[in-house]
Ligand binder design. Structure first.
Ligand code: GDP
Ligand code: IMO
Ligand code: MG
Length: 428
């Protein structure tokens, strides 16, 4: 019953899509269990690039089931657009399964996401404005609309009416925005319901049956540890649980069913949106990382903030999620650097900290403790064996293993499926 998870250890965009796509070669089912269309996962195969937001990155394999589980907040418009775009490129989407318990993103969610950010002004979170926070808020408030409600004409009409009444008061009084039209939303969403109906099922039963039948399941985390609503840099986080514990809640697969957890670690760090980022480089190093790595957001196109690898954060991610192996990505982006730094811990007011501080004020003021490594100054994108990597690169990676306490499992040296070095042969 192998169940494997791939999750982000930093602030997102580590290259989870690439690693999921690689491992999905062996999987029978790939599952998204949290987040929504705030995710942007890029997969490159034979020079073709696919950008996925809601669909699991296993979609490129014919015959692989792709599950959007109950913990995901689903914007039906985005999901259908993605499915259409895939079909246009000749990709079979018949293996998609959508949970009847997943919450539905409605037009007022995305609208209020943007309006709330405007209202926060300087204190904004820097969200993707995809309605993620507002949809999870409705879920916690117990007024959300789920896929099973969307599939039930009568229930959907009733719930939409009730919700829109409240939302329009909020829109008009709090945000001074024009109200939204019930009939328009109803018509639009009834159309989505009919198109999505064939894919809807009880994914809890589906996944547990697959496990019982000894099928291989791959869970695809979106966002990352430092964006987790409990463990990240709150309030500059997303509204879900990207840590491995999120699977129990978001997919209905019990924690003791998971066999292997792979934490994806970008060889340096990036962050989109606001919030503390201790190893950020607001200088020419940061610029060089951004340009070498083309670090601009997949979903919003925003320039990503850049900095050195924070091994102290990776260690924290490992503890929280029980990570068995690291998958290092984008090591090739460091090819041109004379010198590379890695943060191995933090100091606050001159004292070394043992843990990541909860207080953002403290986190914003910590002083990273860096170790400096010699760059390898050569193109590593064609290397396929670990021992053939330049010694300087291996020294860097092995120090990361020591500081994080997590074994190296995969090293990625380019965006393509074949630009992958496997050290751990027991992931599945
Ligand atoms: P995700 O959100 O974690 O799936 O990551 P994104 O897809 O947002 O960003 C990662 C980017 O890096 C994508 O454009 C990938 O195609 C690319 N990528 C992944 N692994 C590698 C790698 O090892 N080297 C290079 N150069 N690019 C990579
Ligand atoms: P993937 O899966 C990077 C960030 C946003 C913002 C915060 C809250 O591609 O790694 P939200 O719209 O979720 O309410 O925004 O979280 N964020 C991401 N940053 N990668 C992502 O996804 C992200 N999803 C959300 O930039 O700071
Ligand atoms: Mg991304």
């Amino acid at each position: 019953m192998p169940a494997v998870e791939v999750m982000g250890t930093q602030w997102g965009d580590e290259g989870k899509g690439k690693i999921v796509d690689y491992l999905a070669q062996q999987a029978d089912v790939v599952v998204r269990y949290q987040g929504g269309s705030n995710a942007g996962h890029t997969v490159s195969v034979n020079g073709e690039e696919y950008k996925l937001r809601l669909l699991p990155s296993g979609i490129l394999y014919k015959g692989t089931y792709c599950v959007v589980a109950n913990g995901v907040v689903v914007d039906p418009k985005v999901m259908l657009e993605e499915m259409d775009a895939m079909e246009k490129r000749g990709i079979d989407v018949s293996g998609i399964r959508l949970s009847n318990r997943a919450h539905v993103v409605l037009p007022y969610h995305s609208l209020m996401d943007g309006l709330s950010e405007e209202l926060l002004g300087k204190g904004k979170i820097g969200t993707t404005k995809r309605g993620i926070g507002p949809c999870y808020q409705d879920k916690a408030k117990r007024i959300g609309i789920r896929v099973c409600d969307l599939m039930d004409k009568e229930e959907f009409r009733k719930r939409l009416k009730e919700n829109l009444q409240i939302k329009n008061i909020e829109l008009e009084r709090l945000y001074k925005h024009a109200p939204l039209d019930y009939d328009e939303i109803l018509k639009e969403y009834e159309g989505y319901a009919e198109r999505l109906r064939p894919y809807v099922c009880d994914t809890i039963a589906f996944l547990n049956d697959e496990l019982a039948a000894d099928k291989k399941i791959l869970f695809e985390g979106a966002q990352a540890t430092m964006l987790d609503v409990d463990y990240g840099t709150y309030p500059y986080v997303t509204s879900s649980h990207p840590v491995s514990g999120g699977i129990g809640i978001g997919a209905g697969v019990a924690p003791n069913r998971l066999d292997t957890i792979v934490g994806v670690v970008k060889a340096y760090c990036t962050r989109v949106g606001e919030g503390p980022f201790p190893t950020e480089q607001l200088n020419e190093v940061g610029e060089k990382l951004r340009e070498a790595g083309h670090e601009y957001g997949t979903v919003t196109g925003r320039p990503r903030r850049t900095g050195w690898l924070d091994a102290f954060v990776v260690r924290y991610a490992g503890l929280l999620s029980g990570i068995d192996y690291m998958a290092i990505t984008r090591l090739d982006i460091l090819d041109g650097f004379d010198e590379i730094k890695m943060c191995v811990g933090y100091k606050y007011k001159g004292e070394r900290l043992n843990e990541i501080p909860a207080s953002l004020k403290v986190l914003a003021e910590v002083e990273p403790i860096y170790e400096t490594f010699k760059g390898w100054k050569q193109d590593i994108s064609g290397i396929r064996e670990y021992k053939k990597l330049p010694e300087e690169a291996r020294v860097y990676l092995e120090r990361l293993e020591e500081v994080s306490g997590i074994a190296l499992g995969i090293v990625s040296v380019g965006p393509n499926r074949d630009q992958t070095i496997i050290l751990a042969d027991d992931i599945f």
